[in-house]
Design a protein around this ligand. Structure first.
Ligand code: KIV
Ligand code: ZN
Length: 403
């Protein structure tokens, strides 16, 4: 599949790998709210969960498939180990989606083969082939991941990838499961796969990576330069241990540095075509929603979505920005959906302004919740001249916790 002239596929795994983050458990309504917002954001694939893991996970994938997996909506995916019972559960869960994907995986590094699977390389290849073929009996869209690819022997990866593509995998995902590789190494791994897997043109090369050394986004950008056309990421970079590659950082790097990346997709540097289908103006709202619902705070200096990401403190910077924003800003705050907040909320503000600002912060309150939060807001506004976004978040979180 030659993807050169196409967009880079954004595969969001906030609801699967992101939810594996300690303390990030979400209930059904919260998962659905996030899935709907991810669809508004314009991601191409939502990995909605791991259907076999629990009845709750199955239900979440299934309801998201019914509700968000519409004709114009994203592909809905479930993770499955390379086992028949996992794959069957994934297939049943995604069945209502117009576009459904099964993502099956088995480890390929010698460390995992020896200690976790206690299997030989040939046994692992046979399982992978058989399970991809089995998944293919349910959907034409099957993704295969050799877990811990970042620490696997590249020659073994070439062999197993050739076999799973033969068996019907349409996406082959290369996970740096423990966040071990460095950007040039990861780029070289992707290039090696592009050059050495004979049937690689029949599949999309995807990448998945963890942030143990803080390198996941840099690794992915090198991977794009070497042929990767799907990026697996999460909102705010949440996920196992140090998290996954952050969607907002990847998308904005490709947006701000489009001219640099265009030629790697076979386009002219000044091509106007976007590199992803993401509506960047939905980024801030999605980040707030995920942070509010998971309870995982975003660090203030976090790239793109941290509260300081567009704040200028030093006098020299403030002076420069007042003369021309380009002096110290490489992107416009509005491009991620931050308004040049004209409305200052205070004791004279009405319910509508209050609701609108909450919406921008990612809160969609039910009418009764809004009424209660509004009463509280008026109370606080009587004591403070201006109400900051932090005050608003505190008010709403108190109300939600008491409800
Ligand atoms: O990190 C990892 O290897 C994974 C796979 C299941 C893709 O999350
Ligand atoms: Zn992962």
């Amino acid at each position: 599949m030659n993807q050169d002239s196409e967009c880079i596929i954004i595969f969001d795994t906030t609801l699967r790998d992101g939810e594996q983050c300690p303390g990030a458990t979400l209930n059904m309504d919260e998962k659905l709210a996030i899935a709907k917002q991810l669809a508004r954001l314009g991601v191409d694939v939502i990995e909605a969960g791991f259907a076999f893991a629990s009845p709750g996970d199955f239900e979440a994938v299934n309801i998201i498939a019914q509700t968000v997996g519409t004709v114009d909506g994203p592909t809905i995916c479930s993770l499955a180990r390379a086992r028949k019972e996992d794959i069957k559960a994934a297939a049943d869960a995604i069945a209502p989606a117009v576009k459904g994907r099964i993502h099956t995986f088995i480890a390929t590094s010698d460390i995992h083969l020896q200690y976790k699977l206690q299997k030989t390389r040939n046994e692992v290849i046979a399982i992978a082939e058989e399970m991809v073929a089995y998944a293919k009996t349910f959907t034409k869209d099957v993704e295969f991941s050799p877990e811990d690819a970042g620490r696997s022997d590249p020659e073994f990866l070439y062999q197993i990838l050739e076999k799973v593509i033969e068996a019907g995998a349409t996406t082959v995902n290369i996970p740096d499961t423990v966040g071990y590789t460095t950007p040039l190494e990861f780029g070289a791994l992707i290039k090696g796969i592009s050059n050495n897997v004979p049937n690689i043109n029949q599949a999309i090369i995807s990448v998945h990576g963890h942030n143990d050394l803080g390198l996941a986004v840099a690794n992915f950008l090198e991977a794009v330069k070497n042929g990767a056309r799907q990026l697996e990421c999460t909102i705010n970079g949440i996920g196992e241990r140090a998290g996954n590659a952050a969607l907002e950082e990847l998308v904005m790097a490709l947006y701000v540095r489009k001219q640099y990346f265009n030629p790697f997709l076979g386009r002219s540097a000044d091509s106007e075509k976007p590199l992803t289908n993401v509506d960047t103006r939905q980024i801030y709202k999605t980040s707030r929603l995920v942070s509010n619902l998971t309870g995982l705070l975003v660090q203030p200096n976090k790239a793109i979505v941290g509260t300081n990401a567009f704040a200028h403190e030093s006098g020299i910077h403030q002076d420069g920005v007042l003369k021309n924003k380009l002096t110290y800003e490489i992107m416009d705050a509005q491009s991620i959906g931050l308004t040049d907040n004209q409305i200052v909320l205070g004791k004279h503000s009405g319910r509508n302004a209050f609701r609108t600002r909450l919406g921008e912060l990612g809160y969609e309150l039910k009418d009764n919740e809004l009424n209660k939060a509004f009463v509280r807001f008026k109370d606080v506004a009587d004591k403070k001249k201006e109400i900051s976004d932090w005050d608003l978040e505190a008010i709403v979180n108190d109300e939600i916790q008491q409800a």
